[in-house]
Design a binder for this molecule. Structure first.
Ligand code: XMP
Length: 513
């Protein structure tokens, strides 16, 4: 069995799992562990080649800041500290970290002070890297040297005689030019890891793990038609076959004809038990008069639990609730005791099994979207299903700004359908990563024929992203956008104006709520 070669200690950065996946991209298995773990536990990892200390939101000079077991530095393994990780190393080895006057958030130019260093092999001078720090190094620890700097901070350091490195920037995000090269250099040239991990290893290991956990129990899974739940279902089905029952809930917040389309695709391609439940009235009723995004998310989540609960009760043998939770869901809705900060509470993470009396099965929890797609293709899921844009659990509920009603959901379904169909027709669907429409609680004046109109405003949004943690807007041709807008206004009743959202993430999120 292939074993973990790199351990990443998590100090709460939004990017910690991104480090793990950058390493997996190089066919090396990396595992993320809580920063409180003791170095002595590393004996559980006989194939371990190196340690990475992630970034994190705290400040090393604060009393309550996250610490590392100093014995990690006696393991004789290469260590790389990233952002907070570098500051932690600085602090531990007698240097100084302080709040910076010139805080760096975003792109910064990286000047190499030691071009022959192994970490920077193949990395040209003066490249742009992604910075996100308020603190910076103000005194070099005595046994360290500076490897690189930016306009306002020490950007990379190295121990004079040991393989201990620190970088202030986030090499793991795609905005860091040559970031992938630096990670590769650390993994292969410094840690001497071996490339031996691939998608099929993930599938085999996960199938074994599921069999082992579930045994003879029955499992229920909420199928949404999206990539994540499909891949989770296919993996579980591969492991335990007919012990799995999928439940498809029509929340009334789905895309046009979604229930019909999903059922047909699954019946044509898989031999899975699927139960359709129309709960739309229940959802509209629960959402009546509610406008706060977080409250809407919670209500939708709660109704989901209720629907599942009543279905689960009918399945006396069901002991497990399976979900297609993926890593960005986990990190962006992490609980207060997790080191990173909550951005949005995704309804489909955490909390459910306790209320339902079911155990939670989340086989793709550590993967990013593009990895999920690779796993899905390897499992034989049809490409059109795999390449579908993600659709959030709360569905149109978070794309109808303000109060959700059936009337508004019907309007939005039509707007969305026109946009998505046109993307397909123009051959653009697969060139963007997520496209959708949003309905605003705003009416504007227009003129159609010779008549004044006073109707809803819709927005269309399309983004390009690799991992959904950051995103840029899709540069769709203006002619295309113009055509879509005119088709929407001419064909969808009650919408008389459409805008195109050009906000990137950050500072925006992909969804509007
Ligand atoms: P944001 O809006 O946080 O979205 O930038 C990142 C990705 O996550 C999707 N998303 C969700 N997916 N349940 C989900 O399953 C949710 O509650 C949820 N909220 C956002 C979003 O569509 C995008 O792909």
């Amino acid at each position: 069995m292939i074993q973990t070669q790199i351990i990443i200690l998590d100090f709460g950065s939004q990017y910690t799992q991104l480090l793990a996946r950058r390493i997996r991209e190089n066919q090396v298995l990396a595992e993320v562990l809580d920063h409180r773990i003791l170095a002595a536990k590393m004996t559980d990892y006989p194939n371990l080649k190196g340690i990475i200390l992630s970034g994190g939101p705290s400040s090393v000079y604060e009393e309550k800041s996250y610490k590392i077991d100093p014995a990690f530095f006696d393991l004789n393994l290469p260590i790389l500290g990233v952002c907070y990780g570098m500051q932690l190393i600085t602090n531990l080895f007698g240097g100084k970290v302080e709040l910076a006057d010139n805080q760096e958030f975003g792109k910064a130019k990286l000047f190499l002070d030691n071009q022959s260093n192994k970490l920077f092999k193949g990395v040209p001078d003066k490249k742009l890297v992604w910075m996100s720090h308020a603190d910076h190094l103000t005194k070099m620890p005595p046994e360290f040297i500076q490897l690189a700097h930016s306009d306002s901070s020490v950007a990379a350091i190295m121990h004079k005689s040991k393989e201990i490195y620190g970088i202030q920037f986030h090499a793991e995000v795609t905005h860091s030019e040559y970031g992938g090269t630096m990670i590769k250099n650390f993994v292969f040239d410094i840690c001497k890891a071996e490339a031996n991990w691939e998608v099929s290893s993930f599938i085999n290991q996960t199938v074994d793990l599921i069999k082992d956990k579930v045994k003879q129990d029955e499992v229920i899974l909420g199928l949404s038609g999206g990539v994540d739940s499909s891949v989770a279902a296919a993996l579980i089905s591969k492991a335990i076959g007919s012990q799995l029952t999928c439940i498809f809930v029509d929340t009334g917040l789905l895309r046009k004809d979604e229930a019909k389309k999903v059922l047909k695709t699954y019946q044509d391609n898989f031999n899975m038990k699927i139960k359709m439940v129309d709960a739309s009235k229940q959802f509209y009723q629960a959402l009546k008069g509610v406008t706060d995004p977080e409250e809407k998310r919670k209500i939708i989540g709660r109704e989901f639990v209720e629907v599942f609960n009543s279905e689960a009760k009918k399945m006396k043998q069901a002991k497990w609730l399976a979900q297609g939770t993926i890593y960005p869901d986990v990190i962006e809705s992490s609980s207060p005791d997790h080191a990173s900060k909550t951005i949005k509470s995704h309804h489909n993470v955490g909390g459910l099994p306790e209320e339902m009396g079911l155990k939670l099965l989340e086989p793709i929890r550590d993967l990013f979207k593009d990895e999920v797609r690779k796993v899905g293709l390897a499992l034989g899921i049809p490409e059109v299903m795999i390449n579908r844009h993600p659709f959030p659990g709360p569905g149109l509920g978070i794309r109808i700004i303000g109060e959700v009603t059936k009337e508004k959901a019907d309007i939005l379904r039509e707007v969305d359908d026109v946009f998505i169909n046109e993307l397909w027709k123009a051959g653009l669907y697969n060139q963007v990563d997520q496209a959708f429409a949003v309905l605003l609680p705003v009416k504007t004046v227009g003129v159609m024929g010779d008549n004044r109109t006073y109707d809803y405003l819709a927005s269309i949004r399309s983004v390009n992203t690799i991992d959904f943690m950051t995103a840029t807007i899709s540069h769709l041709p203006w002619d295309f956008i113009e055509n879509v807008v005119s088709l929407i206004i001419n064909n969808v009743d009650h919408v008389n104006r459409v805008v195109y959202d050009i906000t990137s993430k950050p500072p925006g999120t992909i969804e509007w709520e």
